[in-house]
Design a protein around this ligand. Structure first.
Ligand SMILES: NC(=O)c1ccc[n+]([C@@H]2O[C@H](COP(=O)([O-])OP(=O)(O)OC[C@H]3O[C@@H](n4cnc5c(N)ncnc54)[C@H](OP(=O)(O)O)[C@@H]3O)[C@@H](O)[C@H]2O)c1
Length: 272
């Protein structure tokens, strides 16, 4: 066992996010014998993963682990917490990805634990291409923070935050962001149809363009998006004509800022 992986890790909730994280951890080198999954209705994938890799699934009375990872739905926390409170011991790091649940919310329900991490992943974590940002309570040790970086980095890029409130901004950008990109794809396809292209071709052009531009941005990681944009914008050309609209008064920048502000306000409201 390398120092960065916890010796004992219990995952509570192996749905979309929890299941993706468990798969990422095992692929990344976590020893299967270190992992226990608690999931009342395991999917076929989770049952198969547990059986084939030798991961404990729903054992009776697991002991408090080094890391208790919570990936249930936020609204299930009140019902689930009493059953797992004994697992959150004084030396256990509680690692939560529950949207809207603050460290104070978690502390109130898991009173024996002292160290908490609150993280916000996004759905591309399911393909190992997520973006996650997290905040650790001051009680989290350097070793617990290394575990966190290893666990959350196993499903994509990972960033630490300096304060818990920044989680709401992260939720508004990367947490909800994949939906903005899907909406952009829909809008591009609708625009194609309004220019007279058939629906199937319109969607195919829009999807392919977003996928290709995303992949190009990934491969050209050293080149800022503004330069990539300029590289395809000849002065006085077609792209310039469109960008004059998109980046004009009340255009994409203002619209995106308003959308993100609305998402952040909603995240703050939901966190109460
Ligand atoms: N999806 C995202 O983009 C995203 C992004 C950031 C954060 N998150 C957070 O990730 C968390 C999980 O989201 P998700 O989309 O993965 O939800 P999900 O697919 O519904 O997964 C939650 C899992 O927890 C299980 N569960 C319910 N009660 C349990 C219990 N007593 N003990 C153990 N497991 C239990 C659920 O089982 P049942 O289905 O039988 O109830 C389900 O399999 C949420 O808190 C969400 O806020 C999600």
């Amino acid at each position: 066992m390398t120092e960065e992986w916890p010796d004992r890790l219990v995952l509570v909730g192996a749905g979309k996010m929890g299941g993706a994280m468990a798969a990422g951890w095992l692929d990344g080198g976590l020893s299967p014998s270190s992992l226990t999954i608690l999931e009342p209705n395991p999917s076929e994938d989770i049952a198969r993963l547990a059986a084939s890799r030798g991961v404990a699934l729903n054992p009776a009375d697991p002991a408090p682990p080094d890391v208790l990872a919570l990936a249930i739905k936020p609204q299930a926390l009140d019902a689930v917490a009493p059953g797992i409170a004994a697992l959150a011991g004084a030396r256990t790091l509680v690692l939560s990805i529950l949207a809207g649940k603050t460290i104070a919310n978690l502390e109130a329900r898991l009173p024996h634990a002292r160290a908490f991490v609150r993280a916000m992943p996004n759905t591309p974590a399911a393909i190992g291409r997520g973006v996650t940002a997290a905040w650790a309570s001051p009680e989290a040790t350097a070793g617990q923070k290394r575990w966190t970086a290893r666990l959350l980095g196993a499903v994509g890029a990972f960033h630490w935050l300096d304060d818990e409130a920044a989680i709401d901004a992260v939720t508004a950008i990367s947490g909800s962001g994949p939906a903005y990109v899907f909406a952009l794809t829909e809008a591009l396809a609708a625009a194609a149809e309004s220019l007279g292209l058939p629906a199937e071709l319109a969607m195919s052009l829009a999807r392919g363009t977003v996928e290709g531009a995303g992949e190009l941005m990934r491969r050209e990681a050293e080149t800022p998006p503004s330069i990539l944009r300029r590289n395809v914008t000849s002065p006085g050309g077609t792209t310039a004509a469109a960008l004059a609209v998109l980046q004009g008064e009340g255009g994409l920048d203002a619209l995106m800022a308003r959308a993100a502000a609305a998402a952040r306000a909603r995240a703050a409201e939901m966190a109460g």
